[in-house]
Design a protein around this ligand. Structure first.
Ligand SMILES: [Zn+2]
Length: 348
């Protein structure tokens, strides 16, 4: 049974809060603090792993074969690679941020002092100066520049402002909730799933004690493939990632559905986990589908790659235009929270 307390507008509101916290991989500490505080407010036992992930224990009646539900709160981002002679900055992507998708993006440089805003532009950004070069130049990181919103015209000016090589750059998500129920924003991968997992956590602590102990895990290094394995309790036998489903031509996934992943670049997910997740979705009345993602890997797969002997699964909300200009729908957020809750309450 789905509780009346799981409401799409509450999940969207939580998602907006999470999206407003810059958290490029390597600087996800504030987003982790946010999740840890929300879980502590629920009375859950919460700890931080050495590397900064958040781990909360939902105590079941049985401690045998505990499971992990994990979502990642780190996002794509960049770092200052080089201060150019004209005071603009060349960037190095963190976690596969795509340069063409960042043309015109507003960003914040996370300096050791106050954050400083700016815009990512092609090197030849002015049509009135460069004419046809504007269309002709490539949009790779070698040609893109960060223009700081400061009067800086040379490297000394930039250094005096406090910006250094190696500073993290967070891209503004531009999050909007549209009247038709869509949420469009960067970094719905994977804050959409993290918001759904927090909603399921709020719900599970209200009801009867679940049968099985499950850890809720918020990972902070997923986008560079180092998310889940470190810090997992040794007795865990199953790891289920909640992460975005890939929407696009040739895919089954849709922005308003929950997808259970059958296979991604890491190979097939555990058949028994897939069957159980599908049965739970049917029982709960969740609109869901199954799919295969051609260019994708999850934290659950990462656990197996690191030698953990665990069953793995993956489900999550459909996200269009992933790693660029993402969009999902409130129905998929609700379905994802419902399936996470059903998993937490599972008797088997
Ligand atoms: Zn992801």
């Amino acid at each position: 049974m789905v509780s009346r307390l799981l409401q799409p507008q509450e999940i969207v509101a939580e998602l907006m809060e999470l999206l407003a916290i810059p958290s490029p991989t390597g600087r996800a500490d504030r987003a982790a603090d946010y999740c840890a505080e929300r879980l502590q407010e629920l009375g859950l036992e919460v700890r931080r792993t050495v590397r900064g992930a958040v781990l909360a224990r939902v105590q079941g009646r049985s401690d045998s074969a505990p499971r992990v539900l994990t979502a990642h709160i780190d996002t794509l981002g960049a770092m200052v690679q080089e201060i150019m002679p004209d005071g603009r900055l060349r960037l190095s992507p963190v976690g596969g941020l795509l340069a063409p998708s960042c043309e015109g993006a507003y960003v914040t440089v996370l300096t050791r002092g106050a954050p400083i805003t700016g815009t990512i532009l092609p090197e030849c950004a002015s049509k009135h100066v460069f004419g046809p070069k504007y269309e002709e130049q490539k949009r790779t990181w070698a040609e893109m520049r960060l223009r700081l919103d400061l009067p800086v015209f040379c490297p000394d000016d930039v250094l005096a402002s406090g910006v250094r090589v190696g500073d993290f750059v967070a891209v503004d998500p531009r999050a909007e909730h549209t009247p038709a129920g869509f949420v469009k924003s960067r970094f719905l991968d994977d804050k959409a799933a993290a918001a759904a997992l927090l909603a399921a956590a709020r719900e599970i602590v209200q009801g009867e004690q679940p049968q099985r102990t499950t850890y809720l895990h918020f990972s902070v290094y997923e986008e560079i493939g180092q998310g889940v394995p470190a810090g997992l309790p040794p007795e865990v036998e199953e790891v289920v990632s909640i992460d975005m489903a890939a929407v696009g031509a040739g895919q089954n996934s849709r922005e308003d559905l929950v997808t259970i992943c059958a296979k991604d670049s890491g190979g097939p997910y555990d058949w028994s986990v897939r069957q159980r997740l599908g049965a739970l979705a049917d029982l709960t009345g969740i609109a869901w589908t199954e799919d295969i993602y051609p260019y994708y890997s999850s934290d659950a797969t990462g656990a197996v790659r690191c030698g953990r002997d665990v069953r793995i699964g993956l489900f999550g909300p459909g996200v269009d235009a992933s790693h660029t200009h993402e969009r999902t729908h409130a129905q998929a957020l609700l379905g994802t929270a419902q399936l996470a809750l059903a998993y937490l309450r599972e008797d088997g």
